[in-house]
Design a protein around this ligand. Structure first.
Ligand SMILES: *Cc1c(COP(=O)(O)O)cnc(C)c1O
Length: 407
């Protein structure tokens, strides 16, 4: 049984009335959390799978409990989290929202005033392909999906070739360019982001028209800047708005932050409420996120090294990759190895390692070395069996990110 919160010792020596009870020494007695953490340690589906640490649970106990809609200044824990992101990124203002999808779509809606208008983005962008078709519904926007000519990330040349000027009324003018860092674990380098940003911000528009906006889907921006070794503030300066996931590699239970100028964020608050994002006592989630930031940001380089080291071992076994391994993701090219996705899933499930029916391995700060050993062993056996001519089972895979993949 979990310890009762009434019986927990307080943190301070005095045991005074106003001190919050301490959870730290009782974490291992919380059976659901311990089980969830073990599961997370073997779960390579995504970096959203991490579970709250003792520090995060303690932060939840110490959170504030104001109403973020009806209380005049909102919730203090939420404000503290927003302020922390303002300090880290150098943007003027921040707004806590429920998810990355909500964050992206609020930003786009806030920029995009009146159709016809279009958004230029990478054809693989989350905003375009993975947000349930929100963009044309919420913002009435058309999309210009662009294939990066270098196969990895958009460049200035790609953007230049696909911008739609406001001159021919057959085409919806580009009013926003959206970049993504990281995308499939690959980095959108600072130098390229800067070039694109300079170009977009000085792109000619008719008199009275707002400049073309540039947005960053920075769901994994902390991975991006840690992986590239660049300054977060310098990176964020390239964008008019940014959405950052707190629940991916940063490890919070839920939530995202959007960032921009003060007037932008003030306007975004209307859309947050409109999209169903007004919340009552969100302080607990914000306090956990603030604690998660402090704990997980310093661990990102270790997580990236573990992903790279694992990729090196898989490469030595004969695997190839469909994207370069630059941060916390390893994307295998199973087709090149002639291995059906179903066999990949079966071999890993057998050793207690969880993956989606897609050849993507995502590392996070709770990924265990033990799980990595099991994964490398199982994939070693898989490729040997393939070479030995053993028939590998292929069947229709559904759910997760399978897209009905039958390979
Ligand atoms: C996860 C993710 C989001 C947001 O997803 P939610 O599940 O809505 O939080 C946005 N962009 C990218 C690139 C992501 O990976």
């Amino acid at each position: 049984m979990a310890p009762s919160i009434n019986q927990l010792p307080t943190q301070g020596a005095s045991g005074g009335k106003n001190e919050t009870p301490s959870l730290k020494d009782h974490y291992s007695a919380l059976p659901n959390l311990v089980a969830a953490q073990h599961k997370a340690s073997h779960d390579f589906r995504s970096d959203v799978v991490t579970t709250p640490t003792a520090n995060m649970m303690q932060a939840i106990l110490e959170a504030t409990f104001a109403d973020d809609v009806i209380d005049e200044d909102g919730d203090p824990s939420v404000r503290a989290l927003e302020q922390r992101l303002v300090e880290l990124t150098g943007k003027e203002a921040a707004l806590w929202v429920l998810s990355g999808t909500m964050g992206n779509q609020i930003c786009l809606r806030t920029h995009l005033a009146q159709p016809p208008h279009s958004v230029l983005l990478d054809h693989r962008a989350h905003i375009y392909g993975w947000e349930s078709g929100a963009l044309p519904v919420m913002s009435q926007a058309s999309v210009t999906p662009v294939q990066p000519s270098n196969g990895i990330h958009l460049t200035l040349e790609d953007v230049k070739q696909h911008m739609i000027p406001e001159e021919n009324f057959h085409y919806p003018p580009t009013r926003l360019v959206a970049l993504e860092n990281t995308l499939n674990g690959t980095i959108m380098p600072l130098e390229h982001a800067k070039e694109i940003s300079d170009y977009v911000r000085s792109y000619p528009v008719p008199p009275g028209q707002k400049p073309v906006a540039i947005h960053l889907d920075g769901a994994r921006i902390f991975d991006g800047v840690a992986g590239e070794g660049v300054d977060l503030k310098e990176y964020c300066a390239c964008f008019d708005s940014i959405s950052v996931c707190l629940a991916k590699g940063l490890g919070a239970p839920m939530g995202s932050i959007i960032l921009g100028s003060k007037p932008f964020i003030a306007r975004a608050k209307w859309f947050k409420k409109m999209f169903g994002g007004g919340t009552r006592q969100p302080g607990m989630m914000a306090a956990a996120a603030l604690s998660a930031l402090a704990n997980s940001i310093p661990q990102l380089p270790r997580v990236h090294s573990l992903a790279r080291a694992t990729a090196d071992r898989l490469s030595a076994l004969g695997y190839k990759f469909s994207s370069p391994v630059q941060t916390n993701m390893v994307i295998l090219d199973l087709e090149a190895a002639g291995i059906p996705v179903a066999a990949f899933v079966d071999y890993l499930t057998e050793v207690g390692v969880q993956v989606f029916p897609s050849p993507r391995l995502v590392f996070h700060y709770q990924t265990s070395e033990e799980a990595v050993e099991k994964l490398v062993d199982a994939l070693g056996r898989l490729i040997q069996d393939k070479r030995a001519g053993k028939e590998l089972v292929g069947r229709k895979m559904v759910g997760g990110y399978a897209n009905g993949d039958t390979k």
